[in-house]
Design a protein around this ligand. Structure first.
Ligand code: ATP
Length: 900
């Protein structure tokens, strides 16, 4: 294939692909439509045209990220002051201060870089894919690898992966709001259009990157890719995306601002008092500034991003792919999980279990299946089917269709053979709303149309039925009763019917074709529940989360599965889509809490359910896989799409994608979300308490007639090193015992709820008092080491504190030191570093410390464990309170709370 033809893509880009016939397009792009590009030609074109990606300008390089660590105003001020101090005669200070600031910056950078990489990896995984024909084979490739000339397939739910000139379009409808602003789907065709300068919305034979196929099927040849596409052109105009902040980040930023003001005021006061007491102004200024750098929690929002991103990476290992970071935070608040049935709660491994033909229910087609209803029914199952038989004998496609295809094959009806004899001439595709599909095939004598789908829908179009003894009258009620009975055995029931036509109608509208049909029979498929789903449903109950099943299937089938899984009791009512449609939003909201199963629901109705639940203040996770699920997924607090079975459009709208389509994965993600939130709280608790603990002694010492307890370098060291290292490892803490035995966190609950504020204040005060006490005692005994003792007590108190707050309730003695090894490692390392500041002569000079004697060291150690003991007592008190409230609940006084 020659170079010139490919270069044609450049000159034709944006001008007039729609004005060429499909054949000319393929010729110009040098691709045989039936075969597609050869793989090596595709590779060559990829090198020539580049990746089919929209380039974002926001990606920050590592260098910019590193520099950003040092551009905080207070840090810059501190560095400036240190330089000034150096000129005024304290040159060694500046080296130490810079070293600590750099160390802290590098630590922050490493964390942020890891988080950014984790997010980039998640985004790469969430990237769209495309079905292409290359070298005669159909395969799925990352959409980014598409090149001009690729032959691409589209189906309902696909996101168009590049700009395509359509070559096939079977009732193909595309919603182009992303480009044209028009939210109604446009019906596409393949006919050439003459006017070269049509607006985009009228180029009916083109499909544009980023738009959504809402209905039908189609195929086209890629005309342009990446930034050359229409979407790429817009994207290059609006490159700057806005950064999304999670609600928690926003709250923490606001809190940070308020705390900063408070800290600055306090530091100013400390500076003033120092001056009044006759301290040296330069030193006092540096002290106040160090304290401000230490006390201002400017890093909190960044810490949130980092822990959420790293949490998202961990969730990926458990098959939950997070597409939007705030979802990690919201997961902990979920109170309702509304789940599809097929594939999420069931295994999606369908098998045909029974046939109902004539008036007989049989497990297998009879040997003499050449007779009329059977031969037509089996042919219909093979022909009215989009699954494809594979070489190894299996089949690929929608599991319902796969099961039907294999059942037909088992009875000797191979789709490929039948299709060769009776080619498909047209179709009315399946959609959940229609709950049926029709295909039209050529016969020697005319045309046959097969329709299969939900029995009540198929029956609407039937006027008689075919039995072994010929056509007979149709008893709809009897067939519906047979359907009910099969459904009560847990079967998913489909009906099939046919109709002969003299010729192919010009208009393939359902009203014209799915009428005057002859009913052939019912097919019952079994799709066993997932074994792990039952356990997950039980776990949800104990975690105060309601599980609701929403399905397009028959109420009886849905009921059986829901009861097997423990979602509903035998007495619970099942609401159908029809009933739901009749209720006003107010009436529905009133009844919603009683409904655990919705059946024969159309995807559009899911949004009504989400809204009603949200109006009641619930936090809703909702699953979905089709195009029409997208609005509900977007609206839900956590929209959950399927990674295997779902459509691109659903994935695009979702906050989270289940790579294994499994209900249990949602519950696992909720648990993980709760753990991550708990650990964030621990981090905030830890770093704020340290801040408070440092401010108190510096504030009080002068008032008590003592010298400044800590030098600037000590303050920075404690805050940026001894505080920083172990703090980060709190994120690795395992989930609290009983995370899934407590009610969900209210979404608006403050981060400081459950006594966090009080803890920060009183433990900070305690830490400060112990430090001050140590200083007062050492100073009064005339010890030359009083400042080294004060510094050590303060630093070691941090270690004691971090060990004690690993759990909100459980004692460290029960948790065991080893259960968070990275934290233990950080504590040991920090302890060693602290000892180094005391016992390495080189560091003595920098930190102005002296080696402590053994009794002094032991005393410092003992004093710092006071914090540990105090926090352990706090936890014990909390455990007692919990036990008490549990026993009151058990005696029935607090039943309401229990049930949540
Ligand atoms: P869930 O909503 O839990 O995934 P579902 O698969 O039954 O359940 P839909 O996919 O909306 O939901 O299908 C609705 C109904 O349409 C099904 O119950 C079935 O009767 C019918 N149906 C499903 N797949 C096909 C198909 N490939 N061809 C014809 N009819 C189908």
């Amino acid at each position: 294939m020659g170079q010139p033809a490919v270069d044609a893509t450049k000159s034709f880009a944006h001008t007039g692909w729609h004005a060429y016939s499909a054949e000319d397009t393929c010729r110009l792009l040098d691709v045989p439509f039936a075969v597609g590009l050869e793989p090596d030609e595709a590779a060559r074109r990829l090198a020539l045209h580049g990746s089919n990606a929209i380039v974002s300008a926001r990606a920050r390089g590592p260098l910019r990220m590193l520099l950003a660590q040092f551009t905080d105003f207070m840090v810059l001020l501190l560095l400036a002051a240190a330089i000034l101090a150096a000129f005024l005669g304290e040159p060694q200070d500046i080296v130490a201060i810079i070293a600590i600031v750099v160390l802290n910056g590098v630590l922050g950078f490493v964390q942020e870089y890891r988080a950014e990489r984790a997010m980039a990896a998640l985004q790469a995984l969430a990237a769209p894919i495309a079905r292409v024909r290359r070298g005669g084979d159909t395969r799925t490739i990352p959409a980014a690898d598409l090149v001009p000339g690729d032959v691409v397939w589209l189906e309902a739910g696909s996101l168009v992966p590049a700009d395509l000139r359509l070559v096939e379009a079977a009732r193909l409808k595309i919603e182009e709001a992303a480009l044209t602003g028009e939210s109604h789907a446009v019906e596409k065709s393949t006919t050439p259009l003459t006017a070269p300068d049509l607006p985009l919305s009228e180029r009916r034979n083109m499909a544009y990157k980023g738009t959504m196929v809402t209905y039908g099927r189609g195929a086209g040849v890629v005309a342009t890719t990446g930034m050359q596409t229409e979407l790429g052109r817009i994207a290059s105009l609006l490159r700057d995306e806005v950064e999304v902040r999670t609600p928690l980040q926003r709250r923490l930023t606001r809190l940070g601002q308020r705390l900063s003001v408070a800290v600055i005021v306090l530091c100013a006061v400390i500076f003033g008092i120092g001056l009044l007491r006759g301290e040296e102004p330069g030193l006092m200024f540096l002290t106040a500034l160090s304290l401000a750098v230490a006390g201002i929690p400017e890093a909190l929002p960044a810490v949130v991003t980092i822990s959420l991103a790293l949490g998202a990476r961990k969730m990926l290992k458990q098959n939950a792919l997070i597409r939007r970071l705030p979802a990690v935070e919201t997961l902990g608040s979920v109170t309702y999980i509304c789940s599809d049935k097929t594939g999420t709660l069931t295994q999606n491994r369908m098998q045909v279990e029974a046939f109902h033909v004539g008036d007989k229910l049989v497990r297998e087609p009879p040997a003499a299946d050449q007779e009329k209803p059977w031969s037509l029914l089996l042919a219909g199952l093979a022909l009215n089917n989009d699954a494809v038989r594979e070489v190894n004998g299996d089949a690929e496609g929608d599991p319902t269709e796969v099961a039907l295809l294999l059942a037909a094959a088992h009875a000797g009806r191979e789709k490929a053979e039948l299709e060769a004899r009776f080619p498909r001439l047209g179709e009315i595709p399946f959609s959940s709303e229609r709950a049926r599909m029709t295909t039209l095939h050529r016969l020697a004598t005319g045309i046959v149309a097969f329709t299969k789908g939900a029995p009540e829908r198929v029956l609407e179009g039937c006027f008689n039925r075919l039995t072994e003894s010929g056509p007979a009258s149709l008893d709809r009620l009897a067939i519906l009763a047979a359907t009910d009975e099969m459904a009560r055995n847990g079967q998913r029931v489909l009906a099939i019917a046919y109709r002969s036509l003299p010729e192919l109608p010009a208009d393939l509208s359902p009203d014209e074709i799915e009428v005057d049909q002859t009913f052939l029979g019912l097919i019952g498929l079994l799709d066993p529940p997932r074994p792990e789903a039952r356990e997950s449903v039980a776990l949800c109950k104990s975690a105060g989360i309601h599980v609701v099943m929403i399905t397009g299937d028959h109420p009886a089938t849905a009921g059986v599965i829901a009861r097997t899984l423990g979602i509903a009791r035998a007495t619970d009512r099942i609401m159908t889509g029809q009933e739901l449609a009749r209720l006003s939003p107010e009436e529905f909201e009133h009844r919603i809490t009683d409904i655990r199963v919705y059946a024969r629901v159309e995807p559009e109705q899911k949004i009504k359910i989400v809204k009603a639940l949200q109006d009641r203040g619930e936090c809703v996770a909702m699953t979905g896989d089709g195009v029409n699920d997208a609005p509900a997924l977007r609206r839900a607090d956590i929209g959950v799409a399927m990674g295997r079975g779902g459509t691109d459009v659903a994935r695009e709208a979702a906050h989270m994608v289940l790579l294994d389509d499994n209900f249990a994965t949602i519950v696992g993600a909720v648990r993980e979300g709760r753990r991550i939130y708990d650990n964030l709280r621990k981090f905030v608790k830890y770093s704020l308490t340290t801040g408070v603990g440092e401010i108190w002694p510096l504030f009080l010492a002068p008032l008590l007639g003592l010298p400044i307890p800590l030098l600037p370098i000590h303050i920075l060291w404690i805050n940026l090193v001894t505080d920083g290292l172990p703090g980060l490892t709190l994120a690795a803490e395992r989930s609290e015992a009983g995370v899934m035995q407590r009610p969900p966190r209210p979404p608006r609950e403050s981060l400081f709820a459950h006594g966090l504020w009080q803890h920060v204040v009183w433990v900070g005060l305690l830490m400060g008092s112990v430090t001050l006490g140590a200083q007062a005692w050492a100073y009064s005994t005339g010890s030359a080491h009083w400042q080294s003792i004060t510094f050590t007590v303060m630093a070691l108190s941090q270690m004691a504190h971090v060990l004690a707050i690993r759990s909100e309730r459980v004692s460290l003695l029960r948790q065991g030191l080893w259960s968070n090894r990275s934290l233990l490692g950080a504590v040991v390392l920090t302890f060693a570093l602290q000892m180094a500041t005391l016992y390495l002569p080189a560091l003595n000079a920098v930190f102005k410390t002296q080696p402590l004697t053994v009794p002094e060291l032991v005393l410092s150690l003992l004093l710092s464990t006071l914090v540990f003991v105090a926090v352990e007592i706090e936890k014990a008190v909390r455990r007692r309170a919990d036990r008490r409230s549990l026993s009151t609940a058990a005696t029935g006084m607090d039943l309401g709370k229990e049930q949540r």
